[in-house]
Design a protein around this ligand. Structure first.
Ligand SMILES: Cc1cc2nc3c(=O)[nH]c(=O)nc-3n(C[C@H](O)[C@H](O)[C@H](O)COP(=O)(O)OP(=O)(O)OC[C@H]3O[C@@H](n4cnc5c(N)ncnc54)[C@H](O)[C@@H]3O)c2cc1C
Length: 553
């Protein structure tokens, strides 16, 4: 590295890595490129690759990356009242937030697979979403909730006919105004109350009928993210039991609906995004689905948000990996570049394996949501969604910590993106069903024989590719059949389903050395889970080179 002479200090700055910017987030991500090719219909691949390359270049620009920094440095502010003392209940964001939302909607991350439901649409969107997560994830909260809500809203023809055209629009409209006057709209979700989030049956918010479908909501939500959305799906107790309601920010006559924002959460991470506490003071809402079937209706939205938790974490992992590799290729210690130190090679190669496996699982799961999906995928996604959310998100915080440590002290400092990634990781694990809740959902899914069969079919596609893989799958299949015998063992079972699925995918679309290294580390009986514990014979250099980012010429 050449020394840079600095006339204002008494020393020269050297052995510091340059910022990672102005690079293509798509074509430099070999794991994503391969997973995409595997999961997309071949006829779509060329056009999708062209679109994602353009997206990857735009996202990797210095200017775009800087928006992520700015949106987090300047968090949103709540304005409860106007100068006259009237309720305003409005959130003000930094311009960087709006610029990022403009990009996310331009790429169609909020609804493209619904407005253009062609085969492969969910997979293409998943790849773009993963790349966007590398830049900023706060804005993806309303984007994800909107993506998830479309499916639930389609069940109501009246709401769908009015709202879906606005949800399909790619023209972001930041104005706080009745939906009728806006170019596009976004949807949020409210389930969690003070007394419980996992067990939503504990909800106390009351829904009082005014007419057949119109109700008044009285109560609260303890977590209510992205309150600037134009409408929300919320749960409340109706006379017929817990039900799902469509709650717009403005009523049909254009007045502010009675959703009172109490305060914003002071969160560990996810700081660009507003997460609020709200009260409903006879807020007007429309019943969605049947009374008493609220959980089923809102879960239609929830499964897509779980998919995005896995994809978003895979994106964060990849950015953390890219930063660690980039630094290790430029920083020397004890006379060698870090990437050439044998023990650091092991850490970096192991991180690269984990990142690739997370990407593979995320894209495969997205394929299971594709509009033209087959019966096998439809059943598979029932178990793969909670399993992927649990395992990928569970590895996230640990991953970020190791990537940060690989960069050393600079990794702990805000100017590097690692602290933001590290703070962001746990939310995907907690939100929309924390780890245990996901594992219990896996057990519930496995009560159906067709779900067990779908997992077995999927694993058998890679049968015979490696003795350790076959051995692992034999014992896993036994446990699938008796999954519900020991609730307390659900985490280990879910972890093993995810690992076996990741291995089977790597067998099918990654280079052989990636698959071998994954199986020989993760599926062995002595795997500790710590990074940097690959066997000394593992292909460190090829694994590192495969993931090393490169800047534009
Ligand atoms: C940044 C952020 C944004 C959020 N945004 C929203 C939002 O927009 N809308 C919304 O509705 N919610 C939102 N949430 C809330 C989130 O979905 C809940 O926090 C989450 O579902 C867990 O619910 P809880 O906090 O009530 O925890 P609890 O239900 O009290 O759970 C605590 C722990 O117990 C475990 N647990 C629960 N049941 C069992 C069981 N039977 N066996 C074993 N373990 C169990 C859980 O896995 C968890 O680890 C948000 C949360 C965060 C952090």
């Amino acid at each position: 590295m050449t020394a840079v002479s600095n006339p204002f200090t008494t020393h020269d700055v050297f052995n510091q890595s340059a910022p990672l910017q102005n690079y293509d987030l798509f074509t430099t991500n070999a794991a994503l490129v391969d997973a995409l090719a595997f999961n997309l219909p071949p006829t779509r691949l060329a056009a999708t690759t062209t679109r994602l390359t353009a997206t990857g270049i735009e996202l990797g620009k210095h200017e775009t990356l800087a928006l992520g920094d700015a949106a987090n440095l300047h968090p949103p502010e709540l304005k409860t009242h106007d100068r006259r003392g009237e309720r305003r209940d409005e959130i003000e964001f930094h311009p960087a937030w709006h610029a990022l939302m403009t990009l996310a909607l331009k790429y169609g991350l909020h609804s493209a697979p619904w407005s253009d439901p062609t085969p492969g649409a969910h997979v293409e969107r998943a790849a773009a979403y993963l790349m966007f997560s590398e830049v900023e994830t706060g804005v993806l909260c309303p984007v994800t909730m909107t993506y998830g809500a479309v499916s639930a809203l389609k069940a109501d023809a009246d709401i769908a006919s009015v709202w879906l055209p606005k949800l399909y629009s790619r023209d972001y409209d930041s104005r706080f105004a009745p939906m009728q006057s806006k170019r596009s709209a976004l949807i949020g979700m409210g389930m969690t109350e003070k007394q419980g989030g996992s067990d939503v049956r504990a909800n106390t918010t009351q829904a009082l009928p005014m007419s057949k479908l119109e109700y008044k909501l009285i109560g609260h939500k303890w977590f209510f993210s992205a309150p600037m959305c134009d409408a929300f799906l919320v749960l409340a107790q109706a006379p017929g039991g817990l039900s799902c309601f469509f709650l717009p920010r403005f009523t049909a006559d254009g007045a502010l609906n009675a959703i009172r924002i109490q305060r914003l959460k002071d969160k560990l991470g996810n700081r660009s995004n507003a997460s609020s506490e709200v009260e409903f003071h006879e807020a007007r809402a429309t019943l969605l689905g049947e009374e008493g079937r609220g959980v089923q209706t809102i879960l239609e939205m929830g499964v897509y948000t779980r998919l995005d938790c896995a994809l978003g974490t895979a994106g964060l992992m990849h950015q953390a990996l890219a930063q660690a590799l980039w630094n290790a290729a430029q920083r020397s210690a004890f006379g060698k570049l870090l990437k050439d130190q044998p023990l650091m090679k092991n850490v970096l190669a192991d991180l690269a394996l984990e990142s690739e496996a997370a990407t593979a699982l995320g894209l495969r799961l997205a394929r299971a949501y594709d509009a033209q999906t087959d019966a096998h995928d439809h059943v598979l996604r029932r178990v793969l969604t909670p399993a992927a959310k649990f395992w990928v998100c569970k590895r996230g915080a640990h991953f970020a910590q190791e990537a940060m440590e690989a960069i050393g002290g600079n990794g702990y400092v805000e100017e590097s993106v690692l602290p933001r990634i590290y703070r962001e990781m746990p939310v995907n694990s907690i939100w929309e069903g924390a780890g245990n809740v996901m594992c219990l959902d896996v057990l519930r899914a496995l009560r159906k024989q067709e779900v067990v069969d779908a997992v077995v079919t999927e694993l058998d596609t890679a049968k015979g590719s490696h003795a350790a893989y076959d051995h692992f799958c034999v014992s896993l299949k036994d446990r699938l059949a008796n999954a519900n015998e020991f609730e307390s063992a659900a985490r280990r079972l879910t972890q093993d389903i995810a690992l076996a699925m990741q291995a089977s995918l790597l067998a099918r679309h990654a280079p052989r050395f990636v698959f071998d290294a994954f199986v020989e580390s993760r599926l062995g009986s002595d795997w500790s889970g710590a990074f940097g514990t690959l066997s000394p014979q593992a292909p460190f250099d090829p694994l590192i080179e495969r993931s090393m980012p490169t800047q534009h010429a």
